[in-house]
Design a protein around this ligand. Sequence first.
Ligand code: SF4
Length: 163
Amino acid sequence: MTGVEVHLGLPTVGPAPDGGARPQSYRVEVGDGYALQVLDLGLACCAVEFVSAVAAFPDVLQPEDDDVHADSARPRVAVMVVSGTVTDKMAPAVRRAYDRLPEPRLVVSFGSCASSGGPYWDSYCVTKGIDQVVPVDLYVPGCPPRPEALVQALRALDRCAPR
Ligand code: SF4
């Protein structure tokens, strides 16, 4: 399979550029300063823990509706959570997803695979960490990390300077 471009659901604000459905994002209030617009780039089993966090902490991760939150005075920071194994074939799509994020933007590497290749670190086709592809602001260890770890990580982003 050479020459095949992989397209992920690209994080966007507003309608998707191709007119299709855009991925669900979640709003997380942090501190008094700004709100996070969190998008999950779920690529393997760690993504299940993202879904678990949404189910277990609905008061923290609120499904975002642009119409509902458009009047919020808080500035928004886009957060891409990469959860799961990234292959070298998939890595350019991860980069494209990052490039499409509105600024300011932050990246969370969620789980061992995203951070280092995890159990598949010695596979010929697995990327040894998404920081080879995009800048990472926060790493969450674990195989998989617990849902609580995602909530802790998002709250910790309050200390990261948005860029
Ligand atoms: S870190 Fe473990 S649970 Fe997460 S994607 Fe890799 S193998 Fe699956």
